[in-house]
Design a protein around this ligand. Structure first.
Ligand code: SAH
Length: 370
């Protein structure tokens, strides 16, 4: 007897707006069906074709036969004392990724992952430890936003709304550009999430050819993980720097800023504060000189430790001294608040594996469900 594997249905969450138009055209339908479906999925957050009341019965029947709406499966959903919320998702192939929601006054930021693991091997990042596994699909990236928004809507609160998205979770988004572009486009699509380009940020260590392509395709905000004022230090922290050194990185960022159509043109530079590595007054002055010719905001990130790391977080005094020097040089400098570290949701702590603590929780959840 032959057991044929069930054919996987087409996942509607895996379509960008344009690709969905093509899908309907190939089906002999009108392209505007795509816009209707995009609205049902990403604006009205519907998970059932039968609720799509402006779609004809026969087309709904056909869609139910051929397609499904499948987001990554939530394995764990935890809320920190400070309101930060973290989801651990299980993907179809058994891999896991994490997504974090950070409420802060009027703003609610969702931190989205772009890859399972990461290939860049930055020496101060926990994700690097797990190595690179694979790129996330469009459905897996937009699915993080889709699930997070649906979960937050279950207990509606004005201070629990996703107003901003940052591609700052696990992975290097610019190494997954083909899936990233339609994902960002949906985030900014008025028929979908409708976020403005100021509220959608791609964070990168500086994959330069991909950065040029992104700039040619879409207008989003850019955050660059700089972490050092010179190549000698950056080579040690971000190995990618040996391929694309700081001078080239800054030149590429300059072109990115020049091509932007918004009024508010700047690069946000992320700078992790590592004791005795990159946090001296001289290094602050060197950084101030380095960024002199490019519109910049600087975001200092207190290092978040993880097991077996060789680095330590700079003291608050040192971080503030560093900040003062940059402010005196004329920069806008923020210090990132460390959020959600009681649930391992802080920057660089996302590891996407079921650690012992969460494994126990999953176990208990199963027991409770009987
Ligand atoms: N690969 C992309 C996006 C993911 S990381 C990038 O490099 O920008 C998001 C930010 O957290 C980056 O600036 C990263 O350098 C920083 N980060 C990584 N590990 C950290 C840690 N242990 N403590 C604080 N920030 C960290």
């Amino acid at each position: 007897m032959s057991t044929s594997k069930p054919v996987r249905k087409t996942n509607l969450l895996n379509f960008g707006h344009e690709a969905l138009k093509q899908y309907f055209v190939d089906m002999g339908e009108k392209p505007f069906r795509a816009t209707q479906i995009i609205k049902w999925l990403h604006q009205l957050m519907v998970d059932d074709v039968d609720q799509m009341s402006n779609i004809s019965k026969p087309l709904r029947t056909r869609l139910k036969e051929e397609t499904e709406i499948r987001a990554p499966q939530v394995m764990l959903d935890r809320e920190s004392a400070d309101g930060t919320r973290k989801w651990l998702f299980r993907l179809d192939d058994g891999n896991a990724i994490e997504t974090v929601f950070i409420p802060e006054g009027e703003r609610g930021t969702l931190c989205v992952s772009s890859q399972v693991g990461c290939a860049l091997d930055c020496t101060f990042c926990a994700t690097a430890r797990q190595g690179f596994n694979r790129n996330l699909t469009l459905a897996e990236m937009i699915g993080q936003l889709w699930v997070a928004r649906r979960s937050l809507q279950q207990n509606p609160r004005a201070d629990r709304v996703i107003t901003n998205v940052v591609m700052m979770g696990m992975g290097e988004p610019l190494l997954n550009l083909d899936n990233l572009i339609p994902t960002l486009a949906l985030m900014m699509d008025d028929h979908a999430y409708g976020l403005s380009r100021r509220r959608v940020t791609v964070s990168t260590s500086g994959v330069l050819p991909a950065l040029e392509r992104l700039a040619d395709t879409l207008d989003v905000s850019l955050a660059v993980s700089l972490h050092a004022p010179n190549d000698a230090i950056r080579d040690k922290l971000v190995p990618l720097n040996r391929k694309y050194p700081i001078a080239e990185l800054i030149a590429a960022c300059r072109r990115f800023v020049d091509r932007k159509t918004t009024q508010r043109k700047h690069i946000t530079w992320e700078y992790v504060m590592l004791e005795g590595v990159n946090d001296s007054e001289n290094e602050a002055r060197e950084l101030a000189r380095l960024l002199r010719d490019i519109p910049s905001k600087i975001n200092l990130i207190p290092f978040n430790p993880f097991p077996d790391t060789r680095y330590r977080r700079s003291s608050n005094n040192r971080i503030h001294r560093f900040q003062d020097i940059l402010i005196q040089a004329g920069y806008t400098v923020t210090i990132r608040k460390t959020r959600g570290d009681d649930i391992d949701a802080a920057c660089g702590q996302l590891a996407g594996q079921v650690n012992d603590r969460s494994r126990r929780e999953v176990h208990f959840a199963r027991l409770e469900q009987g």
